[in-house]
Write a protein that binds this ligand. Sequence first.
Ligand code: 5GP
Length: 125
Amino acid sequence: MAVNALGDYDDTNVFARILRGEIPCRKVYEDESVLAFHDINPQAPVHVLVIPKQPYVSMADFLESASAEQIAGFWRGVGAVARLLNLAPGGFRLLSNAGRDAHQEVPHMHVHLFAGRELGAMLVA
Ligand code: 5GP
């Protein structure tokens, strides 16, 4: 079920459990701000999820409530993942679903990072 982009944070969500080490992930990168890991149901040859370590429900919540330091740390983490995987030469796509209309399923803010093939149109009608 899609989540409310600005609802209360539910610390039983699957990404909170991954952050606490309660369930495994295929980790790609970690620093003080972010954890990045492979999506369990990849939609492209490279499909990595980047999540902040702080408890934000969605991108909307993050951009409203995170500190400038947290926001900078998050995007620097995304950049570190793209460099680590050498994605700039072929290109990549970042996507963040926030709330109902975007079909956000996991209520912990995350960015999808797609790469590894021609990615086609940005939105499917
Ligand atoms: P959303 O629709 O919320 O933007 O995307 C959530 C993503 O999380 C989906 O692409 C889904 O495949 C992924 N996902 C859901 N549960 C797990 C999990 O337990 N582990 C990993 N690695 N990815 C998950």
